[in-house]
Design a protein around this ligand. Structure first.
Ligand code: UGA
Length: 431
């Protein structure tokens, strides 16, 4: 083996843990991934994926002699040089992150005095590193290094983001440990930025908050466009050409969702509040984002002259295209608002499994977009699935009760939709 190839134990077989494990195996390291959910480990051991992520299945299959899966924490760390913590940190009612899963991994590592380093990838409040450091010291592991290594991959392109990152952030209060973890990334095509642990923890929360702010700012400009007759598309295209601002994350829509932006922006705000500081800008972002799907429902309600007794087709349930993930998806708020207004809701999504809890148990699921739109008074596009561009919209027009499409993702061409006889609404565009 190459001298810099190491043995890595990964705790957590979710999006982050599996992508990290598979990519490190691809780079030549030996990896054991441990999870507490037996069904996850069973699936992985028979070559199946518990989550949907493009390219991940191939990567795992290709590296299976260097990548194993286990329920046993002791087995995972037995031969490891480095342990990665990749468990989730869900929000608590106060908005603070729930760190109980991180702490149970740290507890499991207290016997592993042979480790060179513990690396935390989970998104945690600033100051967690210092607390974990103290816990490791108290357990007699002061010789084990600690690294805060936030993850910036986005779902749907996590494998390529991991292998070609904009940057790898390594937070460590000890240069030798920072070097060791940096060396694991040999072969990764992106700059490594080394800093102290608290700053590394802050980078993650601040970067996600700024991205959420940029989206929300765009959504507010889109609302202003609707009010004034401007068009958000040329406006954002021209703004994005300013290299100081850049073209990314300026797509107007129904608000950001997913497992990170909503949770991380609330966590950063909670951290500020806990320190006695009101993070007013972030509070505004969170409020405006909560309003965004409700504003769309309100526009639909006005257009349809009330929603009671109406049938609405929701196309797309996932929080964005390319994933089956419905965590904090705008579709959930939208479906439950529509039901509260007395509407009937028919849904379609190519991947997401809404399950049978509310609001989904009160909706019907359909195999094709056209089937979902049959008999509908309006269609609401919630997720920017590319399949929706290919829908035979003339056919959809024929099966709908009223030809109304609200395109919450600005996916379709307004002129073409009008040409087919639709009343077409979108977000901030001149139609
Ligand atoms: C996000 C970040 O992009 C990653 O860098 C970060 O690592 C990750 O969170 C995390 O903290 O783990 P992700 O949640 O997978 O990744 O999805 P994004 O592609 O960032 O989209 C987030 C939400 O913003 C989606 O609901 C998306 O539809 C929305 N969005 C995004 C917009 O409404 N407009 C845009 O222009 C961009």
């Amino acid at each position: 083996a190459h001298p810099s190839h190491r043995r890595i134990a990964i705790f957590g077989a979710g999006y982050i843990g599996l992508v990290t494990g598979a990519c490190f195996a691809e780079l030549g390291h030996h990896v054991v991934v441990r999870d507490i959910q037996p069904e996850r480990i069973r699936l992985l051991n028979v070559g199946e994926l518990p989550i949907y992520e493009p390219g991940l299945g191939d990567l795992i299959a290709r590296n299976k002699e260097r990548l194993t899966f286990t329920l046993d924490a002791e087995e995972a760390v037995r031969d490891a040089d480095v342990a990665y913590v990749c468990v989730d940190t869900p929000p608590t009612p106060s908005g603070d992150a729930n760190l109980s899963r991180v702490w149970s991994v740290i507890d499991a590592l207290k016997a592993a005095s042979h480790l060179a380093a513990v690396v935390v990838k989970s998104t945690v409040p600033v100051g967690t590193a210092a607390r974990v450091r103290a816990a490791l010291d108290a357990a007699g592991l002061s010789h084990v290094g600690y690294v805060s290594n936030p993850e910036f991959t986005a779902e749907g392109k996590a494998v390529s983001d991991f292998l070609h990152p904009d940057r790898v952030v390594i937070g460590s209060d000890d240069p030798a440990t920072a070097e060791l973890i940096a060396s694991l990334h040999e072969g990764i095509d992106g700059p490594v930025v080394i800093m102290d642990t608290a700053s590394a923890e802050m980078v993650k929360l601040a970067a996600n908050a700024l991205l959420a702010t940029k989206i929300t700012f765009t959504n507010e400009i889109a609302t202003m466009c609707e009010a004034t007759g401007a068009d958000i598309e040329p406006v954002t295209r021209a703004i994005g050409l300013d290299h100081r601002l850049g073209p990314h994350f300026m797509k107007a829509g129904l608000g950001y969702g997913g497992s990170c932006f909503p949770k991380d922006s609330r966590a950063l705000r909670a951290m500020a509040s806990n320190a006695g500081y009101a993070f007013q800008l972030l509070t505004a972002v969170i409020e405006v984002n909560d309003l965004q799907p409700r504003r769309a429902i309100q526009r639909l309600k006005t257009e349809l002259d009330g929603l009671g007794g109406k049938t609405i087709a929701l196309l797309g349930l996932a929080f964005k295209a390319g994933t089956d993930d419905m965590r904090e998806a705008p579709s959930t708020v939208i479906a439950s608002r529509l039901l509260a207004e007395g509407a009937t809701v028919r849904t379609w999504d190519p991947l997401a499994q809404p399950g049978d809890s509310e609001p989904w148990s009160s909706t019907t699921r359909h195999f094709t977009p056209v089937e979902a739109m049959t008999g509908a008074d309006a269609t609401l596009i919630v997720t920017e699935w590319p399949q929706l561009v290919e829908v035979p919209w003339d056919q959809a027009r024929a099966v709908m009760r009223r030809p109304l499409v609200f395109d919450g993702r600005n996916l379709l061409d307004p002129a073409a939709m009008a040409g087919l006889g639709f009343t077409y609404m979108s977000v901030g565009r001149r139609t």
